[in-house]
Design a protein around this ligand. Structure first.
Ligand code: ADP
Length: 469
């Protein structure tokens, strides 16, 4: 099924909402304005009829006890043109003046004109000419009666209708302009929401195609879209980093395997060709290289296990001092061979840890310390402030240059100082060590030992401790 674009939906919904609102508002205001106008016209026509009666009443001449017929005539003709048909009786109900009698043709023209006009424009009104009688007098004396017929409830002349139509047209134009503005605004606003989404879609498309260099702007006005862009950028950066590490790892493994494999195959080839005697020494060399290979493979397996997300720890209360002491014991022979002093000092601090894994951490650090130290001593110290515990392994060996102290935890990283030594391993031990420490929620760092050598510090959460000197 063909999907509708979010921008289209948002624009449509927005435009529809505003259109309905504007439509209802203009219809309602149109109805109200028209109604108000009609009420006003009705009232003012009633008032005008009353004014006519007052005007004719005030023209009564008490001395001659009669109306000025010329005046009545003038008034009557003026009123007729305005749609009022006047009929005046004296106090004895004798007809004095009648618009219909006076000019029947004009009278009918006016009345029919109004009737036709109203039926054309307001057919639902069902209006008609209604006659209202006004008693004329001064309160004590009655002068006569004025009958006024006019179209009720109200009537409008040509100009009146033109005004109403113009008013309605203005309302419609305002409505139409408001709808147009709403559509424009809808497109603009939905564009602001959907633009970043479009960028995110394009970026994720490129990421899934393997292009991890892609980054999108994060300075959108809306917080959510900025956070979304941020998340995508972080994801791209992480993938880029992992891709780099994966490539690096493959290159490093190839590099590490090449030397022993080349050595073994060239030895074996020369021996097979009879160029070299297969002496016990040469065979031992081959065996040593094969041994390096299998150690490397074992290292890789350990690294994989340590770095895998399912590094399952079997934790329990571990006395770091006791654990260090038992690991140290295993290194005594090696230390003695190199005439190095091994010391352990500090507090009995309990930590929540996997004894086997934590033992591996201490063993790796001790093994390195012995490997990279030719003379002097190796000290393991445990200190705590009650909250955190620091396990430090110090040696008086070759040391690690400042700029390399971070990098030695990377896979296969070896310092130049150690590369020249035969003792160096593949550069995986510290990567495993760091992974285990981090799995325990701890940290590991490398410092310079005052007086020369290296100092590795593992920091963990302490559970309890007994001070020992
Ligand atoms: P390796 O098997 O090479 O020792 P590690 O990951 O344990 O691998 O150590 C990485 C590198 O860090 C070593 O090759 C060495 O260059 C350096 N290093 C580690 N421990 C020490 C130390 N105690 N003194 C000096 N250099 C060290």
């Amino acid at each position: 099924m063909r999907k509708i674009r979010l921008k289209t939906t948002l624009s449509l919904v927005f435009a529809l909402l505003v259109a309905v609102t504007v439509f209802l508002t203009s219809i309602l205001s149109g109805i109200l304005i028209n109604h108000q106008f009609e009420t006003y016209v009705t009232a003012s026509q009633k008032a005008q009829a009353k004014e006519l009666a007052d005007s004719i009443g005030s023209n009564y001449d008490a001395t001659s006890a009669g109306f000025n017929i010329d005046y009545v005539h003038g008034m009557g003709m003026y009123a007729l043109k305005e749609g009022y048909v006047l009929r005046l009786y004296d106090a004895n109900d004798q007809l004095l003046w009648d618009a219909e009698n006076h000019d029947m043709a004009l009278c009918h023209d006016v009345m029919e004109g109004i009737q036709a006009q109203m039926e054309e424009h307001r057919p639902h009104l069902h209006g008609e000419f209604v006659t209202t009688s006004y008693e004329l007098g001064n309160g004590t004396e009655r002068y006569g009666t004025l009958e006024i017929s006019y179209y009720t409830p109200y009537y409008l002349n040509e100009n009146g209708f033109r005004f109403v139509e113009a008013l309605n047209r203005i309302l419609w134009v305002i409505g139409a302009l408001a709808v147009l503005a709403a559509v424009g605004l809808g497109i603009l606003i939905s564009g602001r929401i959907t633009n970043p989404i479009g960028r995110v879609i394009a970026a994720t498309g490129r990421i899934s195609g393997g292009d991890y260099n892609v980054r999108i702007p994060t300075d959108w006005k809306e917080r959510e879209t900025s956070e979304l862009s941020d998340a995508i950028n972080t994801m791209a950066a992480t993938l880029q980093e992992q891709e780099y590490l994966r490539k690096q790892l493959t290159a490093d493994i190839a590099h590490e395997l090449r030397t022993p494999v080349t050595n073994i195959s060239s030895y074996l080839e020369m021996m097979a060709d009879g160029i070299m005697e297969p002496t016990s020494e040469r065979l031992t060399n081959c065996y040593d290289e094969a041994q390096r290979l299998s150690e490397l493979i074992a290292d890789l397996e350990r690294l994989q296990r340590a770095e895998s997300t399912e590094l399952i720890l079997q934790t329990g209360d571990v006395d770091l001092y006791e654990l260090s002491a038992s690991i140290l014991q295993g290194f005594e022979t090696k230390a003695r061979e190199k005439e190095l002093d091994l010391h352990l000092e500090g507090a009995h601090v309990t930590v929540e840890a996997d004894a086997g894994r934590m033992g591996q951490v201490i063993a790796n650090l001790l093994s390195n310390a012995i490997k990279y130290t030719d003379q002097g001593s190796i000290n393991v110290g445990i200190t705590t402030d009650g909250v955190r515990v620091e396990l430090a392994v110090e040696d008086t060996g070759i040391g690690i240059p400042q700029e390399e102290r971070e990098r030695i935890f990377e896979r296969f990283y070896r310092t130049d100082r150690s590369r020249t030594r035969k003792t160096g391993g593949a550069g995986i031990g510290l990567t495993i060590t760091k992974a285990i420490v981090q799995a325990h929620g701890g940290e590991i760092r490398c410092e310079e030992r005052p007086g020369g050598g290296s100092r590795f510090v593992v920091i963990l959460d302490a559970k309890g401790h007994i001070e020992t000197v």
